[in-house]
Ligand binder design. Structure first.
Ligand SMILES: NC(=O)C1=CN([C@@H]2O[C@H](COP(=O)(O)OP(=O)(O)OC[C@H]3O[C@@H](n4cnc5c(N)ncnc54)[C@H](OP(=O)(O)O)[C@@H]3O)[C@@H](O)[C@H]2O)C=CC1
Ligand SMILES: CC(=O)C(=O)O
Ligand SMILES: [Mg+2]
Length: 617
């Protein structure tokens, strides 16, 4: 039995569980798509509320034999097809497709291939001088033609990363109320308390593998942007797809709106969020608890929840609370730690010695600072077999009150306490540099221009090759610029920053700064969890990801003074990170996708979404 419901603009087909028929229809509708491609990058043709070709990475439909459950698909045609960003190809619809899908007359006569469309769009994008306009053009493209959006992003990653990600995404969040056009993710506010499971069911995709969630309280180094923080989960998830190859339909951006303490937004008539002060304490905890339960109930145990840009008074507690019951990852604490450790491991090729030979000083003792510090301590402990309590001793942190020392212990937040070493009080960063004599200086303060000339000069006077990382985002919050780092250190510094800087010429030599951003880690890390079916995140996986990233830095990169590989190779890098993370998941008994693939790098690569168009004939 087969029901066929054919409307002018929509064809809905409901199929019984007959394997042969399923294959036949796939062949008709997606002639160029093999079942393997479908598993790796295939799209769900269901409307989300019906059955559909389900989670093709996962157990549900992992093999052809399992494609036997009843399912419906709806192939849009005519205007509906052109307005559906997942399937729209614009001028790339072929003559045959235009006939078959009622597109005649709805498009101008020319037929472009995807490469020509890409060329045209890149040309158009480059005409915009204002970065925010480029951002808006990219968001429009994402909402119009998703595959073309990802093709552009993948093929032009170094050029477009600063557009869809830091620094421009910061400005986009600040102005999100004005530029908001269409929802790109789910908004869960206090109004939805008691109904979060229903809200999740409103999202059209069912096979979600990664959620990036924020509550908007610490958006980059820009502070509390409330509901307008949505730009961050949207941007991070577009990198999950472009950099890590996770299917767009498996990604769900979520903003939890518990209010904002940002007076400017509360008084802004265009503010899109709840106009109330932030809920805290029990009210906050209950909403988050309902959210985490609903996520697990709706998507199962293997959905990855990435916490992003929460304020530190919630971030550490949420991570601790849910890490034993859910697959959770805090990008700011863990992803940042992993990317910085990778840079440090790579830098040893340039500065010599082992990690244990170095002394580290941080400006900023929050999520990023203490997260990185702890992972460095763990890695040194792993390398030297010394207890972590001991390896922490060469790592020092400065917060807004000065150097963290034992006399401050009582008043310190819990995540700072392990770093309260014996030392007399020191008030300023400059004095801390002079007292501690670090070989590595790391900015994780969210406070721009805090690595002053004196600080950089002192680092250069203490070290042959001082390693200086200005991690804070966006560019306005960077502790110093690349130019400042190179000129003030007289070309001695090895420098990387959270947001990108252009190469700098100093005394006839060109210095190329690296970008120390967690975007190197989370896409591949998440892919590794997905392909192995991991159910928990462990520190060993973070260390493995760091080592995998460090191993991708080539001699050619080192020759330029770089401690990170270029983003242009990011898909290959992500596959290597994914393979190492998946290996750890298997070794630790946390992987549920069995058997373990023999070659995990190849497997990770084969699982990556590819943005090329498919034929609808
Ligand atoms: N490059 C990357 O991949 C990443 C970059 N970041 C960036 O790092 C920054 C910090 O993020 P996060 O750690 O989550 O933020 P937190 O709010 O958790 O921590 C900020 C820390 O900086 C300290 N601080 C703030 N201003 C100053 C100042 N003027 N002098 C000294 N210390 C100061 C704070 O001190 P106190 O505790 O006393 O308040 C706090 O310890 C942000 O700009 C963010 O964009 C974050 C994640 C990844
Ligand atoms: C990069 C990032 O996660 C941040 O700045 O918060
Ligand atoms: Mg972040």
């Amino acid at each position: 039995m087969m029901w066929l419901n054919r409307h002018r603009h929509n064809i809905n087909i409901l199929l019984p569980p007959t394997k042969g028929l399923v294959q036949k229809l796939l062949a008709v509708t997606m002639s160029s798509t093999s079942l393997k491609e479908m598993r790796n990058g295939g799209e769900d043709y269901s409307n989300g509320h019906g059955g559909g070709v389900r989670d093709l990475y996962g157990e549900d439909c992992a093999t052809e034999d399992q494609l036997i459950t009843p399912w419906t698909f709806s192939v849009a045609s005519g205007c509906s097809l052109l307005r559906d960003p997942r399937y729209n190809k614009g001028l790339a619809f072929t003559e045959g497709e235009r006939d078959a899908h009622y597109l005649r007359g709805l498009l101008p006569p020319a037929v472009f291939n995807q490469e020509l469309q890409e060329k045209r769009l890149m040309h158009n994008l480059r005409q915009y001088e204002v970065p925010l306009h480029r951002y808006m053009a990219m968001m429009d493209l994402q909402e119009r033609n998703e595959r073309l959006f990802y093709k552009l992003l993948i093929d032009n990653v170094e050029e477009l990363l600063p557009v869809v990600y830091t620094p421009t995404v910061g400005e986009a969040c600040q102005k999100y109320g004005s530029i908001f056009r269409r929802p790109q993710g789910l908004y869960i506010s206090l109004k939805e308390k008691g109904k979060i499971l229903e809200v999740l069911k409103n999202w059209p995709e069912k096979s979600i593998q990664v959620i990036v969630v924020t509550d908007g309280e610490r958006i980059l180094g820009l502070g509390d942007l409330g509901c307008q923080g949505m730009g961050i989960p949207v941007g991070k998830l577009s990198l999950y797809t472009a950099l890590g190859g996770v299917r767009p339909s498996s990604c769900l951006p979520i903003t939890i709106d518990v209010g904002t303490n940002n007076e400017k937004l509360l008084n802004d008539e265009f503010y899109i969020g709840l106009k109330q002060k932030r809920a805290a304490g029990q009210e906050y905890a209950e909403l988050l608890e309902e959210f985490m339960r609903a996520v697990k109930q709706n998507y199962g145990e293997k959905v990855l929840v990435q916490f992003e840009d929460f304020a530190n008074h919630n971030a550490f507690d949420l991570l601790e609370k849910y890490s034993s019951s859910h697959l959770v990852f805090n990008d700011d604490i863990q992803g940042t730690a992993s990317v910085v450790l990778a840079g440090l491991l790579a830098s040893l090729k340039l500065v010599g010695g082992t990690l244990a030979d170095h002394t580290f000083l941080f400006l900023g003792a929050g999520e990023a600072g203490t997260g990185i510090a702890e992972l460095i301590a763990l890695e040194i402990s792993k390398q030297t077999k010394a207890p972590v309590e001991k390896t922490r001793k060469k790592i020092w942190l400065v917060d807004s009150k000065g150097l963290i020392v034992s006399s401050r212990l009582e008043s310190l937040q819990h995540f700072k306490k392990p770093w309260a070493h014996e030392h007399e009080p020191v008030k300023t960063l400059l004095d801390a540099v002079k007292a501690i004599k670090p070989t590595v200086l790391i900015g994780s303060s969210g406070a721009g221009k805090t690595f002053t000339k004196e600080v950089v000069e002192t680092m250069a006077s203490l070290n042959e090759k001082p390693l200086i990382l200005a991690l804070s985002n966006p560019t306005s919050q960077s502790e110093c610029t690349a130019e400042e780092a190179y000129t003030w250190s007289k070309g001695k510094a090895i420098f990387a920053s959270g947001s990108p800087f252009d190469p700098v010429e100093y005394e006839g030599k060109v210095f190329v700064p690296g970008q120390a951003n967690n975007a190197y880690i989370f896409p591949g890390f998440g892919l590794g969890l997905i392909i192995s079916g991991a159910i928990r995140v462990r520190d060993e996986m973070l260390l493995a990801a760091s080592e995998a990233l460090a191993a991708q830095v080539s001699q050619e990169n080192y020759d330029k003074g770089l401690i990170y590989p270029p983003f242009s190779n990011i898909r290959k890098i992500s596959a290597h990170i994914a393979a190492k993370v998946a290996t750890k998941a298997y070794d630790l008994g946390l992987a549920s996708h069995l058997p373990r693939p023999k070659d995990l790098v190849k497997y990770a690569e084969s699982c990556m979404y590819s943005p090329g168009y498919r034929s609808y004939r």
